[in-house]
Design a binder for this molecule. Structure first.
Ligand code: BTX
Length: 328
């Protein structure tokens, strides 16, 4: 019921709705409404109450804990359990640990700060306190280990849609795992797994987003290539809204993958918002560096390039730099 009260207040955000109207709409007494309003106030929601006018929602706390998120989450499985930390080394490490111990699909680990945030190949992911979204999702798809990279494409599509829908900022995708705003990195995705020879036992997809982060305080080499959503919007944004949207978009695309066994839908989104396709790319794979043109994505989410001899090649993974983006 508290969820319904909040939803109605949010729908009317900034304008008054009377206690009587709330009680009629939701089918409970005005005293019950009053109790829920008080609870919401205690949780940090700014609700104005004026006699004869009713209630008006003025502000919401930007909390990412289980209670705050589940009050508004519209998913079925993703986020049904949320483990929230103030400080942790890495949400991916915790998520892998709880997955190995049997955590159910859809568990989400979120931290206000990571002291050992990780990127690919053991690189560091800077994750300052309270300003970013540092979270990891536990999944248990019945897929082969070679398919794990598909989950990165689903996550990239979900994050891009969420940032665009919540903020209007024109987020783009640098294949395979970066989200870009104004040619700089705003988000990185790290997909890891626990697997047997032929089957995945769990997948952890880690998502790091510079939401309200002050990039000027980043180490010099990261500052050059990074940006935050707040720099695009001009002021702090609600991390909670972004998380709620990501979890919903992710669930829709992930379930589509599970039912259809295809990530076609996600790939279409990745193509539509790609900052890689049509550009010159530098690909570093082990000791080899190739300069090529990025041409297309396959239905499986692999990158098709045209090399300097004019031949087409399929790239499954690797370090891809796009000319003009993040300092290349
Ligand atoms: P990546 O290997 O593609 O990118 C890592 C590189 O990005 C670093 O070497 C550095 O240059 C740059 N970088 C580091 N921190 C930031 C930042 N905050 N913003 C922009 N650029 C940065 C990308 O790996 C995958 C990152 C996943 C992070 C999430 S956070 C939640 C989860 N837990 C965890 O430990 N990792 C994931």
């Amino acid at each position: 019921m508290k969820k319904d009260v909040l939803e109605t207040l949010k729908y009317n955000k900034g304008s008054f709705i009377s206690g009587e109207e709330l009680s009629n709409r939701l089918g409970v007494t005005r005293t019950a409404i009053w109790k829920h309003i008080n609870q919401l106030k205690e949780e940090g929601y700014e609700i104005e109450s004026v006699s004869r006018k009713g209630y008006r929602l003025m502000g919401e706390p930007d909390l990412l804990n289980q209670h705050a998120l589940q009050l508004e989450l519209k998913t079925k499985t993703i986020g049904r359990r949320i483990v929230h930390y103030d400080t942790i080394d890495s949400t991916n490490t915790v998520a892998k640990k709880i997955a190995a111990e049997g955590a159910e699909e859809g568990a989400v680990v979120i931290a206000e700060e990571q002291t050992g945030g990780r990127g690919r190949l053991g690189r560091q992911w800077v994750s300052p306190k309270g300003a970013g979204i540092w979270m990891s999702l536990v999944l248990r798809p019945s897929i082969e280990p070679a398919e794990a990279a598909k989950i990165t494409q689903i996550a990239a599509a979900a994050v891009t849609l969420a940032i665009r829908r919540v903020t209007g900022c024109e987020a783009g995708i640098k294949w395979p795992n970066d989200i870009i705003l104004h040619k700089k990195k705003v988000c990185g995705i790290l997909t890891e797994m626990g697997a047997e020879l032929n089957s995945v036992s769990y997948i952890v997809v880690g998502i790091g987003i510079n939401a309200n982060v002050d990039v000027a305080l980043f180490p010099e080499e990261v500052k050059r290539i990074a940006t935050s959503i707040k720099d695009c919007v001009g002021n702090n944004i609600s991390r909670k809204e972004i998380v709620l949207h990501i979890l919903k978009e992710f669930e829709d695309l992930y379930l589509d993958f599970i039912y259809t066994k295809s990530i076609k839908k996600s790939v279409e989104i990745c193509k539509a918002y790609s900052v890689t396709l049509g550009n010159t790319v530098k690909i570093i794979n082990r000791d080899q560096t190739i300069i090529a043109e990025a041409v297309d994505l396959t239905e499986e989410g692999e990158l098709i390039i045209r090399n300097q001899e004019g031949q087409m090649e399929k790239i499954i993974s690797g370090e891809v730099s796009v000319r003009g983006i993040s300092d290349y």
